[in-house]
Design a protein around this ligand. Structure first.
Ligand code: PMP
Length: 357
């Protein structure tokens, strides 16, 4: 094929690559260990609703029932929500709505790769503000960078993936206030942090977009349901390039069921995952040469003496983890906190690899 047929801004794009996995325990994508089918009441509600779902009908283009239910969950009106095919779609919509060739998207670094990848597709450039030692971010320095660089879009990932670092709501607000252009606050992992969402700030900031997802805390990664929260005009703008029927009917149904049973699902899931995360952090700290970074999410980032050896040792224990090529993350592993049993296997494999008594 003639490569010049491809849009100019797409020719250099490096797509996001999902690794092929052969291990049976997968802790490389921050997925929940719990399925909605693990909860009998949730399972039967979902199956009954599925049976009543006419497969020949198109889904609701704006997932109206679901956005009403999500609005009740996060405290806003349906018009202040846009449901996407995963949070990933929301990030794409932010980029395609606001970025043009030559624009800048500002990120703290390291963070989730998709912001920079989606921005590059529009011809925009990612500018990165590096974290301080220990992957600690300074809200003051980031706010200052926003004022100096005046990016078209500013990103805040809170808690941050992959470091787990958390900014307080006041710190988030100080950054949102520093910009008079769109600020995306990605709260994909908020439910694990114990922090209040930044969503109430949409009342005061017309430039704020908060991203949430049902992939993590609700264990619905396979159904692809994410959402943006912002003022109505912001939501209308983000919908400009959305595919008409972006969220299929089965997913909308799964989302509705998750919302109808949200207290049961979160009440079971969150304390268990948080306990596993804290257990992992405590145990890994005890192993020679491993540095653990404090995390407010459902994963732990740690630096080990030899990243490649750790990946190999975990793979030998039938566990797939996330490691990184970026130099800031050399020898770092991101371990998803799932069950205590999996955490014990991770600790045992890494202890065997790195404890040289
Ligand atoms: N934001 C962050 C920070 C993430 O880590 C992820 C998932 N890896 C997403 C957004 C998107 O999640 P999803 O598309 O599954 O909703």
């Amino acid at each position: 094929m003639n490569k010049e047929w491809i849009r100019t801004t797409l020719r250099q794009v490096e797509p996001y690559k999902v690794p092929v996995i052969s291990e049976s325990t997968v802790i490389n994508a921050n997925e929940s260990p719990y399925s909605i089918f693990d909860f009998p009441a949730v399972k039967s509600d979902f199956l009954q609703r599925l049976e009543r779902l006419p497969s020949y009908r198109y889904p609701k283009p704006y997932a109206d029932d679901l956005r009403k239910a999500l609005g009740e969950y996060v405290g806003c009106t349906p018009e202040e929500i846009l449901v996407g095919n995963g949070g990933d779609e929301i990030i794409g919509l932010v980029c395609s709505t606001f970025l043009e060739p030559g624009d800048t998207i500002l990120t703290h670094w390291p963070t989730f790769d998709i912001y920079g990848i989606d921005a590059s597709m529009t011809g925009a450039r990612e500018e990165r503000v590096p974290d301080k030692d220990g992957f600690v971010r300074s809200a003051e320095a980031y706010g200052q960078a926003v004022k100096e660089k005046k990016p078209k879009v500013t990103v805040i990932c809170n808690p941050n993936n992959p470091t787990g670092h958390l900014w307080s709501t006041d710190e988030v607000e100080s950054i949102v206030a520093a910009s008079d252009r769109p600020v995306l606050v990605d709260e994909a992992y908020l439910e694990f942090s114990g922090l209040e969402s930044s969503i109430p700030l949409i009342r005061r900031y017309d430039n704020l977009i908060v991203l949430r997802t049902l992939s993590k805390a609700f264990g619905l990664a396979g159904y692809r349901i994410g959402y943006a929260v912002g003022q109505k005009e912001m939501i209308d703008a983000l919908a400009l390039t959305k595919a008409t029927y972006n969220v299929n009917a089965v997913s909308q149904t799964a989302g509705l069921v998750a919302m109808a049973h949200r207290d049961e699902i979160l009440g079971f899931t969150i304390p268990r995952i948080v306990r596993t995360r804290d257990f992992l952090a405590r145990e890994l700290k005890e192993i020679d040469g491993i540095r653990v970074y404090p995390s407010a999410a459902n994963f732990i980032l740690c630096r080990v003496p030899d990243g490649a050896a750790a990946v190999k040792a975990l793979s030998a224990a039938d566990i797939a983890v996330r490691s990184y090529k970026a130099s800031a993350l050399r020898h770092c592993l991101r371990l998803t906190a799932t069950t205590k049993d999996t955490a014990e296997r991770i600790v045992a494999a890494l202890r065997k690899e790195f404890s040289h008594a």
